[in-house]
Design a binder for this molecule. Structure first.
Ligand code: ADP
Length: 218
């Protein structure tokens, strides 16, 4: 069912939520006080509006209360995030979700009535830690804060499938650089050769993409 969302603050977090909701077919109003940010999401939002989220009367004028869901994705400017959340609750927006920068920010957002609070950086850090300690991940090398090379155990799910079938690059943005099969390492794996449960797949990519690959493909 199509829903209506408004997102205030189009930093990295706000923009990625905006794109995701829009791709899922929802109506998304993108709000930022910086026109450049709004121009960047044109094509991924139903409407864009240049409004300061701390200006209560401006929020009222654009009819923000007609949105069932409003997401406050202002991050760095904690004062603006708090003020904006407060106005939205005062204007009776039913569901106000807000991004918290730290635990103090979280506490204040909770006190003023935010209905759900996110910690995207912390959550992603925890999820990556969880991924790196997964039983399927045999070993890894961190290339940077974002990129790793990971050795992942192939499960029954991939038994008989080829690298082409897995479509790793297009679906996950990762690259398989080697396959360890029966103790032998093949550094130029043929994309048409089948993989078997128990093989070790050596993949390079962004940690988030590697996590998605491990969770969904293997
Ligand atoms: P991230 O860490 O997700 O990139 P940022 O804090 O860097 O988040 O980005 C927040 C966005 O919110 C920026 O695009 C900024 O222009 C916008 N923003 C900040 N304050 C306000 C405000 N008072 N009203 C509307 N948008 C704001």
């Amino acid at each position: 069912m199509k829903k209506q969302f408004a997102i205030i603050g189009l930093g990295r977090f706000g923009t990625s939520i905006c794109k995701e909701l829009y791709h899922l077919g929802h109506e998304v109003l993108a709000i930022d006080k910086n026109q450049k940010k709004l121009d960047e999401v044109k094509g991924f939002a139903t409407h864009t509006l240049n409004v300061d989220g701390t200006d209560e009367s401006a929020l009222q004028k654009v009819g923000i209360r007609n949105f069932e869901h409003v997401i406050v994705a202002i991050g760095e400017d904690i004062q603006a995030s708090i003020l904006c959340t407060l106005h939205l609750k005062d204007l009776d927006v039913r569901k106000v979700w807000a991004k918290a920068q730290n635990d103090y920010h979280h506490k204040v957002l909770e006190k003023i009535g935010a209905d759900r609070i996110f910690h995207p950086e912390k959550d992603m850090g925890n999820r990556i830690a969880e991924f790196l300690t997964s039983e399927k991940v045999i070993d890894y090398i961190d290339l940077s804060a974002e990129y790793s090379i990971v050795e992942i155990l192939a499960t029954n799910k991939v038994n008989g499938k080829t690298i082409v079938d897995l479509d790793v690059r297009a679906k996950y943005g990762c690259t398989i650089i080697a396959i360890k099969q029966k103790g032998k390492v093949d550094v130029t794996p043929n994309p048409m050769d089948p993989l078997y449960a128990g093989d070790i797949i050596v993949v390079i990519g962004n940690k988030r993409d590697l996590r998605r690959f491990q969770l969904n493909a293997l």
